[in-house]
Design a protein around this ligand. Structure first.
Ligand code: GLC
Length: 436
């Protein structure tokens, strides 16, 4: 990884946990942000949602406070999704929130709220646009008009689209103060890299926002990292890989085997945009453990919420994030700034590590004492419960003498007895090793 990326992504790799917000006109039909494409809707058909859009409860401060409460350190909002509708006051289109009943620049209020609460600010921007007349339609992989023969011989001026797209990004990087992260989405087939005039685009972005962190999707997508993993990343390869709805089995490394920054993007139920019939929510326990998994593999997790048409984050999401936040409040130290441990993954859970401190994330109740794999009994300086700082008892006993190479701890005062784990989601032990 080059030094510039390492420096730039420092805060990001420390912060580990962010909130993704998918919100736009699609919150009205409430079946996800791909609806226009899935139902092959014309712009006219879809425009009824533009006429209806009236998020009376929109208060980004509430969203940002929820993120903060959950232990998230950065927030990324969809300034524009594939449907082309802008939540910001773009001078280059009328298809924007200021021209709806909302009547406001919703991105500006969001950005202000993040800064007020001290969270890092990110904007998602779709480089695909199903509203713009010069975006390829017939035969495109996902355009709503891909099967409509009326567009078969249509002449478009793709350069005009690119000027529009670059122009909107310029508005975002010049009009909203310092942005911490830009999340472009996404490349496919030959619609990648220079097709988007990506070099020119990145040069422009970097001119105004030299430190902004950028994802890898000007070149790649969820199914393709692009050249970020190669020895010669391009100027537009991005600062981090963006695996989608999957935790890479071994994290993400470059061709030399060196870990590179990555961020899992994941939904809490099975949709990004608000979906009123999808109640398949992941549990707080599962989400805590997935966050731990990401950190233990050197990556981040950005977890999505899809606010409804009034501007409220679904109650299920609020409750789950509140639970996750309770765990993070006590155990966040084992996530922030932590990464891959030098110790192998233990069978009862995972290790994360920060400097010389090892955090044991225990998921499975041990029968009797718990073996701290990879740590010899004489190497252990101290073990405490991260949640309350209290001491964890050593677990060596008459029946552990058969395993002299491993240190043991006990969750009670008799290591031969079995005790329930103090925290079912993830009991974290903070381990200090004796320095040689
Ligand atoms: C996908 C989808 C999109 C979503 C994104 C988030 O590429 O097109 O709807 O915004 O992933 O990662």
């Amino acid at each position: 990884m080059n030094e510039e990326i390492r420096q730039r992504t420092k805060w990001f790799m420390e912060d580990r946990f962010g909130m993704f917000i998918h919100w736009g006109l699609y919150s009205i039909p409430a079946c996800g942000e791909w609806m226009m494409s899935q139902k092959e809707m014309t712009i006219e058909e879809y425009s009824k949602y533009f006429d209806q859009f009236d998020p009376v409860d929109y208060d980004p401060k509430k969203w940002v406070c929820l993120a903060k409460k959950a232990g998230m350190k950065y927030v990324v909002l969809t300034a524009k999704h594939h449907d082309g509708f802008c939540l910001f006051d773009s001078k280059l289109t009328d298809y924007k929130s200021t021209n709806t009943k909302a009547g406001r620049d919703l991105v500006r209020e969001f950005v202000d709220a993040c800064r007020e609460e001290g969270l890092k600010v990110g904007l998602y921007f779709s480089i695909i646009d199903w509203h713009h007349p010069d975006f390829p339609k017939y035969g495109d992989r996902q355009h709503p008009m891909r099967n409509n023969p009326a567009y078969k011989d249509e002449k478009i001026d793709f350069d005009r689209y690119l000027a529009y797209m670059h122009g909107q990004i310029k508005e975002l990087v010049t009009g909203y103060g310092k942005l911490d992260l830009l999340w472009f989405d996404f490349s496919y087939d030959d619609m990648t890299g220079e097709k988007w005039k990506a070099t020119e685009l990145i040069k422009m972005v970097r001119k105004y926002q030299p430190d902004v962190i950028i994802d890898n999707r000007l070149e790649g997508a969820g199914d393709n990292h692009g050249s970020i993993t190669t020895e010669k990343p391009l100027i537009y390869s991005g600062d981090f890989a963006s695996p989608e709805q999957i935790i890479p089995p071994k994290g993400v490394c470059d061709d030399k085997g060196e870990p590179i920054p990555w961020e899992l993007c994941a939904t809490m139920n099975n949709h990004w945009g608000y979906c009123n019939f999808d109640h398949q929510y992941k549990t707080p326990q599962m989400l805590v453990r997935k966050l731990v998994e990401c950190a233990s593999k050197g990556g981040n997790m950005i977890l999505n919420v899809g606010p409804d048409a009034r501007g409220n984050i679904p109650e299920e999401s609020v409750q789950i994030l509140t639970e996750v936040g309770k765990w993070m409040k006590k155990n966040g130290e084992s996530i922030y700034g932590c990464g891959i441990s030098k110790l192998e993954k233990p069978d009862w859970g995972r290790y994360t590590q920060k400097g010389d401190i090892i955090y044991a994330h225990v998921y499975e109740t041990p029968l009797g004492a718990l073996p701290l794999y990879g740590i010899g009994p004489d190497k252990l300086e101290s073990v405490t419960y991260l949640a309350d700082g209290s001491e964890v008892n050593r677990g060596e006993a008459w029946n552990t003498v058969l395993y002299p190479d491993v240190a043991f701890v006990s969750f009670g005062d008799d290591p031969v007895f079995t005790y329930p784990l103090p925290d079912e989601k993830d009991t974290v032990l903070k381990i200090r090793l004796r320095q040689e």
